[in-house]
Design a protein around this ligand. Structure first.
Ligand SMILES: [Zn+2]
Length: 107
């Protein structure tokens, strides 16, 4: 993901609408690019901050909120990765069983 793509995904990130694959790339870029980290902080501040202003939420810590958001995304990505991996194992195992069955049947 490049900086322009990252920027275009910021609104979706704030609205929690990124899919896992995009989120993974988004996070990777976030970790590696200072400018985009700043850009995200600003946009996050503006859109989430304003929403919280409406709620009269005085002790709202935006930086912590952003970190929390990133951490929860990380967990989701991790969970998704494990899920995908176990799916792969199940398929591999299924093929293995099918092979055994076939050998057993033919032999
Ligand atoms: Zn960037």
């Amino acid at each position: 993901m490049n900086c322009r793509e990252f920027e275009s995904y910021i609104p979706a990130f704030i609205d929690k609408k990124l899919d896992f694959k995009t989120m993974e790339e988004f996070r990777e870029h976030y970790e590696s690019c200072n400018e985009c980290r700043e850009e995200l902080s600003i946009q996050f501040l503006v859109s989430v901050g304003i929403r919280h202003l409406d709620n009269d939420d005085d002790d709202f810590d935006l930086d912590a909120e952003l970190k929390k958001r990133m951490a929860s995304n990380e967990k989701q990505i991790e969970r998704h990765r494990i899920y995908r991996q176990s799916q792969r194992y199940i398929i591999t195992f299924g093929c293995f069983l099918l092979g055994l069955l076939l050998i057993w049947h033919l032999g």
